[in-house]
Design a protein around this ligand. Sequence first.
Ligand code: AMP
Length: 183
Amino acid sequence: MAGYKTIGGANIDILSSKRAVIALGANLGDAQATLRDAMAAVQEISGLRLVRASRLYRSEPAHLEGQPEFVNAVMLVELDAGLDPYVLLAQLQAVERRFGRLRHEHWGPRTLDLDIIDIEGVRSDDELLRLPHLYALQRDFVVTPLQEVAPGYLFADGRRLKADDVVYGKVIGVESGEPDVRA
Ligand code: AMP
């Protein structure tokens, strides 16, 4: 019998493993090194396995101008059925803190930002954890790397990944080399 749990008013199946997408961004310090090390740290989260990591992309700051360019990437992962989305969020926030996240303004510079973009079959309107992520399809720095690892990705709310809706955070380059996730 399927096991269900309520999150943000929706019933979710807690017995099957799920695909999920995590986005990473940084624009202070050695942002490339931070992203590579953060990818390794994310893979240490219990119940999470990497399916594919994107290359590192350089992007224009979204929302707030006059700050350094960002380095961004996404990870396509598989989550064990028992990994609660809020526990995953807390683990990602712990990784952010580990990398000494500094942030003084909303949308301003930060050493590391980790967002859950989507979890298969999970929709949530809770402001602590909105799924799919509110701005995912508007951000080129999410859409472009996600096209690389999962072309035409289907979100939990039925939307399909496409470049047309992009408004912010234009990708301006790719860092050379294959993904180095230092697992
Ligand atoms: P920011 O670091 O500026 O992207 O926002 C962090 C805040 O967004 C935290 O308080 C989270 O609880 C909240 N949040 C809501 N939805 C999400 C999501 N899908 N992924 C990560 N943080 C989220």
